[in-house]
Design a protein around this ligand. Structure first.
Ligand code: 5GP
Ligand code: ZN
Length: 126
């Protein structure tokens, strides 16, 4: 396979050593609150608010920047999943945020949205 095509496919493969891919495969335990064909929602291990959930695609994407136009339906689905998770957690106010890149605080290289709520949230974030 030409290198270029391989590099296109590589970010989409399940990653053996990716923490969140391992949670998807149940190799690492997590408190899962929602699962469907495309998405997983689980509690953050270090909650920064009374409700702190992580909304992730099951498919490995390194970050939002790694997504393509073809991922638009998946990204839209994740937003609907997040909205329903907020509703289930009885949150009328919440924040949905992704840290994209080291400079923005991304520490796990698998796309995830933080769903935070249950306390006043300041703006702008640090
Ligand atoms: P980031 O810093 O990449 O935006 O967010 C990564 C998040 O993953 C952090 O909020 C961190 O607490 C959470 N996290 C890291 N390791 C684990 C884990 O093993 N299980 C769960 N549930 N969350 C984790
Ligand atoms: Zn992954």
């Amino acid at each position: 396979m030409p290198g270029g095509a391989y590099n296109d496919i590589l970010p989409k493969l399940p990653m053996a050593d990716c923490l969140f891919c391992r949670i998807v495969r149940r190799e690492i335990p997590a408190q899962i609150v929602h699962e469907d064909e495309q998405a997983l929602v689980f509690k953050d291990i270090t909650p920064q608010a009374p409700t702190h959930l992580l909304v992730i695609p099951k498919k490995h994407l390194g970050s939002l920047s790694a997504s393509t136009d073809g991922d638009a339906p998946l990204l839209g689905h994740l937003q609907r999943v997040a909205s329903r998770a907020a509703e289930s957690a009885k949150l009328s106010s919440f924040r949905l945020v992704t840290n994209n890149g080291k400079g923005a605080g991304q520490s796990v290289d698998h796309l995830h949205y933080h769903l935070l709520g249950g306390r006043p949230l300041e703006w702008p974030p640090g």
